[in-house]
Design a protein around this ligand. Sequence first.
Ligand code: TRP
Length: 353
Amino acid sequence: MAKEIVLSGIRATGNLHLGNYYGALSKFVKMQEDYDSLFFIADLHALTTHPDPKTLHTNVKNIIAEYLAAGVDPDKATIFVQSDVPEISELYLLLNMHVGIGELMRTASFKDKARKALGIKTDKDEEDIEKEIIGNESNKRVNAGLLTYPTLMAVDILIQKANKVPVGKDQEQHLELTRRFARRFNSFYGVDLFPEPENFNFGGNAVKVPGLDGSGKMGKSEGNCIYLIDEEKVLRKKVMRAVTDEGPKVPNSPVSQPVENLFTLMELTSAPEVIQQYRDAYADCSIRYGDLKKQLAEDILKVTLPIRERILDIQNDDVLLARVIKQGADRARERAAKTLSEVREIMGIKKFY
Ligand code: TRP
């Protein structure tokens, strides 16, 4: 039986952090053993926020290097750059003919980004926000690429006929739209072309990697990240500065969110007996956060430093990078071209010559 197809992408907006590593990369490394896997860098999606052109190019290169350094293997998985597959852009145009502007406008990520772009306050109700987005005549603009972001993402998935798409919670709505577009296309033309992709949580629960600022998830825009590429000194400093609290005053106190976050990071990187030692110290109030942080930094470095070394090597190896990117592009294009020609045929776009 043919292997199931797994596909996932990451927007080319910056270096990869520990959240990306535990949430995505480390799982990709396992998936590539059992699935027909495709992992790509979504550079076209990154254009919605108008990155500096030089930075965009470097970001794409860095992320590829980070994929490889983390163990994604170009001979097991197809690693490619979205813009290397022009078939995606063509299918994006075709699929848009079956996508409603209303459903795109109601997408949570769109509303949120549009609201921010126009400086609309969150306390307004949904309907007023929608009206303001449409009625806006200031020189601020919400670009159409932002609106059709879900179409492009659906095309990434459908053009490869992926069955499983590992993504975080924030992308679930996009995946739901992808399924809807697939169903709609299939039933409109009476075909069975696109499988409906499902979210894929390899090996159980989604890991939520917290940031160092005492709040929620580690995220680029939160400024609370540990990057795989962080130098030893920088990383130690970040961890030592992580938000904590005043410390437990009475035995067996509940653990505050900022401190629990540090324990969560320990769960990912430290040995069980080390974690237990600090849990016990917390319970009997003898804990010193400075010691815990030193230990945590040490254990994180054991994970990230070898990866950092490899990233630096690979970034300097243009020949390797070119070979890997070309090989991935060829494979991804071949499959995309096949789907695109099926779609053209189905929609009645046929050559006269
Ligand atoms: N939108 C995804 C994100 O921001 C990135 C992405 C683009 C993607 N195309 C995709 C993820 C296709 C999975 C499948 O994280």
